[in-house]
Design a protein around this ligand. Structure first.
Ligand code: GLV
Length: 318
Protein backbone atom coordinates (compact mmCIF):
# COMPACT_ATOMS: atom_id res chain seq x y z
CA UNK A 1 0.00 0.00 0.00
CA UNK A 2 2.82 2.38 0.87
CA UNK A 3 4.72 1.54 -2.27
CA UNK A 4 3.87 4.44 -4.58
CA UNK A 5 3.88 7.41 -2.21
CA UNK A 6 0.37 8.05 -3.49
CA UNK A 7 -2.67 7.71 -1.32
CA UNK A 8 -6.01 6.59 -2.73
CA UNK A 9 -9.48 7.25 -1.45
CA UNK A 10 -13.00 6.50 -2.57
CA UNK A 11 -16.01 8.78 -2.79
CA UNK A 12 -19.10 7.37 -1.13
CA UNK A 13 -22.44 9.12 -1.29
CA UNK A 14 -25.96 7.91 -1.86
CA UNK A 15 -27.15 11.39 -2.84
CA UNK A 16 -24.49 13.36 -4.69
CA UNK A 17 -21.58 13.41 -7.11
CA UNK A 18 -18.91 14.43 -4.62
CA UNK A 19 -16.03 14.62 -7.06
CA UNK A 20 -17.44 17.28 -9.32
CA UNK A 21 -19.41 19.18 -6.68
CA UNK A 22 -16.45 19.65 -4.34
CA UNK A 23 -13.70 19.74 -6.98
CA UNK A 24 -11.96 16.64 -5.62
CA UNK A 25 -9.99 15.84 -8.77
CA UNK A 26 -6.67 16.10 -6.99
CA UNK A 27 -4.67 13.86 -9.32
CA UNK A 28 -5.32 16.35 -12.14
CA UNK A 29 -3.59 18.99 -10.04
CA UNK A 30 -0.51 16.81 -9.71
CA UNK A 31 -1.27 15.90 -6.09
CA UNK A 32 -0.30 12.58 -4.56
CA UNK A 33 -3.88 12.08 -3.48
CA UNK A 34 -6.19 10.14 -5.76
CA UNK A 35 -9.94 10.06 -5.29
CA UNK A 36 -12.03 7.57 -7.18
CA UNK A 37 -15.69 6.85 -7.59
CA UNK A 38 -16.48 3.25 -6.60
CA UNK A 39 -16.81 2.19 -10.24
CA UNK A 40 -13.31 3.54 -10.99
CA UNK A 41 -11.61 1.44 -8.30
CA UNK A 42 -9.65 -1.49 -9.68
CA UNK A 43 -7.55 -2.41 -6.64
CA UNK A 44 -9.85 -2.30 -3.60
CA UNK A 45 -6.97 -2.99 -1.22
CA UNK A 46 -5.32 0.24 -2.23
CA UNK A 47 -8.15 2.41 -0.87
CA UNK A 48 -7.11 3.89 2.50
CA UNK A 49 -9.79 6.47 3.07
CA UNK A 50 -13.29 7.45 2.06
CA UNK A 51 -14.89 10.84 1.55
CA UNK A 52 -18.52 10.54 2.46
CA UNK A 53 -21.94 12.06 2.50
CA UNK A 54 -24.73 9.67 3.54
CA UNK A 55 -22.99 6.50 2.33
CA UNK A 56 -25.16 3.46 1.58
CA UNK A 57 -25.35 0.64 4.14
CA UNK A 58 -22.86 -1.59 2.31
CA UNK A 59 -20.69 1.21 0.91
CA UNK A 60 -17.57 0.46 3.00
CA UNK A 61 -17.65 -3.33 2.52
CA UNK A 62 -15.37 -3.61 -0.56
CA UNK A 63 -12.43 -1.75 1.07
CA UNK A 64 -10.50 -3.92 3.57
CA UNK A 65 -7.76 -1.34 4.28
CA UNK A 66 -9.86 1.71 5.08
CA UNK A 67 -8.27 3.80 7.84
CA UNK A 68 -10.29 7.00 7.69
CA UNK A 69 -13.76 8.16 6.72
CA UNK A 70 -14.23 11.88 6.21
CA UNK A 71 -17.56 13.68 6.23
CA UNK A 72 -17.86 16.59 3.80
CA UNK A 73 -20.02 18.33 6.41
CA UNK A 74 -19.72 19.34 10.03
CA UNK A 75 -21.88 16.49 11.32
CA UNK A 76 -20.43 12.99 11.58
CA UNK A 77 -23.49 11.23 13.02
CA UNK A 78 -24.15 9.34 9.76
CA UNK A 79 -20.62 7.88 9.98
CA UNK A 80 -20.65 7.19 13.70
CA UNK A 81 -23.92 5.32 13.35
CA UNK A 82 -22.91 3.48 10.18
CA UNK A 83 -22.85 -0.23 10.90
CA UNK A 84 -20.57 -0.96 7.94
CA UNK A 85 -17.71 1.27 9.15
CA UNK A 86 -15.31 -0.64 11.40
CA UNK A 87 -14.57 0.75 14.86
CA UNK A 88 -10.88 1.42 14.24
CA UNK A 89 -11.47 3.73 11.28
CA UNK A 90 -10.79 7.37 12.16
CA UNK A 91 -13.65 9.73 11.43
CA UNK A 92 -12.94 13.25 10.24
CA UNK A 93 -15.14 16.26 9.72
CA UNK A 94 -14.84 19.52 7.88
CA UNK A 95 -14.33 22.59 10.07
CA UNK A 96 -15.45 25.49 7.93
CA UNK A 97 -15.59 29.06 9.27
CA UNK A 98 -17.78 30.16 6.35
CA UNK A 99 -20.27 27.43 7.17
CA UNK A 100 -20.30 28.69 10.76
CA UNK A 101 -21.02 32.23 9.50
CA UNK A 102 -23.97 30.95 7.46
CA UNK A 103 -25.30 29.19 10.53
CA UNK A 104 -24.93 32.36 12.57
CA UNK A 105 -26.78 34.36 9.91
CA UNK A 106 -29.67 31.93 9.95
CA UNK A 107 -29.88 32.04 13.75
CA UNK A 108 -29.81 35.85 13.88
CA UNK A 109 -32.43 36.10 11.14
CA UNK A 110 -34.85 33.70 12.78
CA UNK A 111 -34.28 35.23 16.22
CA UNK A 112 -35.08 38.74 15.00
CA UNK A 113 -37.98 37.52 12.88
CA UNK A 114 -39.59 36.19 16.03
CA UNK A 115 -38.61 38.85 18.55
CA UNK A 116 -39.40 41.84 16.31
CA UNK A 117 -42.70 40.33 15.11
CA UNK A 118 -41.98 40.45 11.39
CA UNK A 119 -44.79 37.97 10.64
CA UNK A 120 -47.22 40.41 12.24
CA UNK A 121 -45.69 43.28 10.27
CA UNK A 122 -46.36 41.37 7.07
CA UNK A 123 -49.96 40.82 8.12
CA UNK A 124 -50.26 44.54 8.93
CA UNK A 125 -48.88 45.44 5.52
CA UNK A 126 -51.39 43.17 3.84
CA UNK A 127 -54.17 44.85 5.84
CA UNK A 128 -52.70 48.32 5.02
CA UNK A 129 -52.38 48.98 8.75
CA UNK A 130 -49.71 51.12 10.37
CA UNK A 131 -49.26 49.03 13.51
CA UNK A 132 -45.92 49.39 15.29
CA UNK A 133 -45.11 46.75 17.90
CA UNK A 134 -43.48 47.38 21.27
CA UNK A 135 -39.80 46.57 21.45
CA UNK A 136 -37.25 46.08 24.17
CA UNK A 137 -33.48 46.38 24.35
CA UNK A 138 -31.85 43.12 23.19
CA UNK A 139 -29.85 43.03 26.45
CA UNK A 140 -33.11 42.34 28.31
CA UNK A 141 -33.73 39.18 26.28
CA UNK A 142 -32.04 35.93 27.18
CA UNK A 143 -31.13 33.56 24.38
CA UNK A 144 -29.96 30.04 25.15
CA UNK A 145 -27.54 28.37 22.75
CA UNK A 146 -26.95 24.63 23.12
CA UNK A 147 -23.48 23.82 21.82
CA UNK A 148 -20.24 25.77 21.67
CA UNK A 149 -18.30 24.12 18.85
CA UNK A 150 -17.40 25.85 15.59
CA UNK A 151 -21.10 26.42 14.82
CA UNK A 152 -22.34 27.24 18.32
CA UNK A 153 -19.55 29.73 18.99
CA UNK A 154 -20.30 31.57 15.73
CA UNK A 155 -24.01 31.73 16.56
CA UNK A 156 -23.26 33.08 20.05
CA UNK A 157 -20.80 35.65 18.74
CA UNK A 158 -23.27 36.96 16.16
CA UNK A 159 -26.15 37.24 18.62
CA UNK A 160 -23.91 38.91 21.21
CA UNK A 161 -22.89 41.41 18.52
CA UNK A 162 -26.52 42.52 18.11
CA UNK A 163 -26.80 42.96 21.85
CA UNK A 164 -28.60 39.92 23.27
CA UNK A 165 -27.87 38.27 26.61
CA UNK A 166 -26.46 34.85 25.86
CA UNK A 167 -26.54 31.70 27.97
CA UNK A 168 -24.50 28.92 26.40
CA UNK A 169 -24.55 25.23 27.30
CA UNK A 170 -21.24 23.51 26.61
CA UNK A 171 -19.48 20.34 27.67
CA UNK A 172 -16.40 22.09 29.10
CA UNK A 173 -15.73 25.67 30.13
CA UNK A 174 -14.58 27.45 26.94
CA UNK A 175 -10.92 28.30 26.58
CA UNK A 176 -11.80 31.63 25.00
CA UNK A 177 -15.07 32.80 26.58
CA UNK A 178 -16.75 35.78 24.98
CA UNK A 179 -17.10 38.77 27.28
CA UNK A 180 -20.59 39.17 28.68
CA UNK A 181 -21.69 35.64 27.74
CA UNK A 182 -22.70 33.22 30.51
CA UNK A 183 -21.47 29.65 30.01
CA UNK A 184 -22.91 26.57 31.67
CA UNK A 185 -20.73 23.47 31.58
CA UNK A 186 -21.20 19.96 32.90
CA UNK A 187 -24.19 18.52 34.70
CA UNK A 188 -27.56 19.75 33.39
CA UNK A 189 -25.90 22.54 31.41
CA UNK A 190 -28.73 22.73 28.81
CA UNK A 191 -31.40 22.99 31.53
CA UNK A 192 -29.52 25.73 33.33
CA UNK A 193 -28.85 27.67 30.15
CA UNK A 194 -32.50 27.43 29.09
CA UNK A 195 -33.85 28.98 32.31
CA UNK A 196 -36.03 31.96 31.35
CA UNK A 197 -34.78 32.10 27.74
CA UNK A 198 -37.04 33.66 25.11
CA UNK A 199 -35.24 31.86 22.30
CA UNK A 200 -33.61 28.42 22.39
CA UNK A 201 -31.12 27.55 19.66
CA UNK A 202 -29.89 24.01 19.19
CA UNK A 203 -26.52 23.54 17.48
CA UNK A 204 -25.43 20.37 19.30
CA UNK A 205 -23.84 17.41 17.57
CA UNK A 206 -26.02 14.30 17.54
CA UNK A 207 -24.76 11.67 20.00
CA UNK A 208 -26.57 9.09 22.16
CA UNK A 209 -26.55 11.67 25.02
CA UNK A 210 -28.06 14.47 22.95
CA UNK A 211 -30.76 12.48 21.16
CA UNK A 212 -34.22 13.80 22.23
CA UNK A 213 -32.58 16.55 24.28
CA UNK A 214 -35.20 19.04 23.07
CA UNK A 215 -37.87 17.66 25.35
CA UNK A 216 -40.46 18.74 27.92
CA UNK A 217 -37.89 19.12 30.74
CA UNK A 218 -36.03 21.66 28.66
CA UNK A 219 -39.08 23.44 27.24
CA UNK A 220 -40.46 23.86 30.78
CA UNK A 221 -37.44 25.99 31.69
CA UNK A 222 -38.04 28.53 28.93
CA UNK A 223 -39.94 31.79 29.20
CA UNK A 224 -43.63 31.48 28.35
CA UNK A 225 -44.16 31.72 24.59
CA UNK A 226 -40.50 31.11 23.70
CA UNK A 227 -39.21 30.29 20.23
CA UNK A 228 -37.12 27.26 19.25
CA UNK A 229 -34.50 27.39 16.48
CA UNK A 230 -33.60 23.83 15.57
CA UNK A 231 -30.45 23.68 13.43
CA UNK A 232 -28.79 20.57 14.91
CA UNK A 233 -30.22 17.24 13.80
CA UNK A 234 -33.82 16.05 13.60
CA UNK A 235 -33.18 13.37 16.22
CA UNK A 236 -32.55 16.04 18.87
CA UNK A 237 -36.25 16.91 18.90
CA UNK A 238 -38.72 14.89 20.95
CA UNK A 239 -41.64 15.54 18.63
CA UNK A 240 -44.46 14.61 21.03
CA UNK A 241 -43.07 16.92 23.76
CA UNK A 242 -42.58 19.62 21.16
CA UNK A 243 -46.19 19.48 19.96
CA UNK A 244 -47.32 19.52 23.59
CA UNK A 245 -45.19 22.63 24.28
CA UNK A 246 -46.77 24.37 21.28
CA UNK A 247 -50.26 23.41 22.43
CA UNK A 248 -49.66 24.65 25.97
CA UNK A 249 -48.19 27.94 24.75
CA UNK A 250 -44.83 27.27 26.38
CA UNK A 251 -43.47 27.60 22.84
CA UNK A 252 -45.12 30.06 20.52
CA UNK A 253 -43.44 28.50 17.51
CA UNK A 254 -40.21 27.28 16.00
CA UNK A 255 -37.85 27.54 13.08
CA UNK A 256 -37.12 23.98 12.02
CA UNK A 257 -34.35 23.30 9.51
CA UNK A 258 -33.59 19.65 10.30
CA UNK A 259 -35.89 16.65 10.62
CA UNK A 260 -35.83 13.00 11.57
CA UNK A 261 -36.72 12.18 7.99
CA UNK A 262 -35.34 14.36 5.21
CA UNK A 263 -36.86 15.41 2.90
CA UNK A 264 -39.70 16.01 5.36
CA UNK A 265 -42.51 13.72 4.10
CA UNK A 266 -45.29 15.52 2.26
CA UNK A 267 -47.93 14.32 4.72
CA UNK A 268 -45.99 15.40 7.84
CA UNK A 269 -48.18 17.61 10.08
CA UNK A 270 -45.35 20.16 10.55
CA UNK A 271 -45.85 21.41 6.99
CA UNK A 272 -49.31 22.78 7.67
CA UNK A 273 -48.64 24.24 11.13
CA UNK A 274 -48.73 28.05 10.95
CA UNK A 275 -46.64 28.30 14.14
CA UNK A 276 -43.65 26.78 12.38
CA UNK A 277 -41.14 28.16 9.92
CA UNK A 278 -39.79 25.24 7.93
CA UNK A 279 -36.62 25.29 5.82
CA UNK A 280 -35.09 22.32 3.94
CA UNK A 281 -31.77 21.84 5.84
CA UNK A 282 -30.32 25.05 4.42
CA UNK A 283 -29.20 26.82 7.59
CA UNK A 284 -25.68 26.27 6.34
CA UNK A 285 -23.55 24.24 4.01
CA UNK A 286 -19.85 23.59 3.79
CA UNK A 287 -17.87 25.57 1.20
CA UNK A 288 -16.56 23.44 -1.70
CA UNK A 289 -13.06 24.98 -1.69
CA UNK A 290 -12.74 24.47 2.10
CA UNK A 291 -13.94 20.87 1.77
CA UNK A 292 -11.40 20.22 -0.98
CA UNK A 293 -8.54 21.75 1.04
CA UNK A 294 -9.44 19.85 4.20
CA UNK A 295 -9.88 16.51 2.41
CA UNK A 296 -6.47 17.01 0.85
CA UNK A 297 -4.92 17.99 4.18
CA UNK A 298 -6.40 14.92 5.93
CA UNK A 299 -5.26 12.58 3.16
CA UNK A 300 -1.72 14.00 3.33
CA UNK A 301 -1.63 13.62 7.11
CA UNK A 302 -2.77 10.01 6.74
CA UNK A 303 -0.11 9.39 4.08
CA UNK A 304 2.62 10.70 6.36
CA UNK A 305 1.43 8.56 9.25
CA UNK A 306 0.01 11.40 11.38
CA UNK A 307 -3.38 11.40 13.02
CA UNK A 308 -5.47 13.78 10.88
CA UNK A 309 -6.04 17.03 12.76
CA UNK A 310 -9.71 17.01 11.78
CA UNK A 311 -10.29 13.56 13.31
CA UNK A 312 -13.05 13.54 15.90
CA UNK A 313 -13.02 11.78 19.25
CA UNK A 314 -15.18 8.71 18.63
CA UNK A 315 -15.91 8.24 22.33
CA UNK A 316 -17.25 11.76 22.66
CA UNK A 317 -19.06 11.60 19.32
CA UNK A 318 -17.70 14.82 17.78
C1 GLV B 1 -24.74 19.80 7.74
O1 GLV B 1 -25.74 19.40 8.23
C2 GLV B 1 -23.43 19.36 8.11
O2 GLV B 1 -23.32 18.39 8.86
O3 GLV B 1 -22.46 19.98 7.67
Amino acid sequence: MERTGIISGVLLSSTMDLKSFYGLDFAERGEKVRLLNPDEVTDHEEIRFAVCWLPDGDAFAPYPNLQMAMSIGAGVDALLNHEGLHDEAMICRVRDPHQADLMAGYAVHETLHFLRGFDRMKASQEARQWAPLPMQPPKHTRIAVLGNGTMGAAVTRALAAVGFSLAVACRNEPREPLPGVTYFAGENAPLRAAEGAAVLINVLPLTPETENILNADLFDRLAEGAWLIQIGRGEHLHEADFVEALESGRLSGASLDVFRQEPLPEDHPFWGDGRLRITPHIASDSTPSVVADQVLQSARELLSGERPSLAIDRGRGY
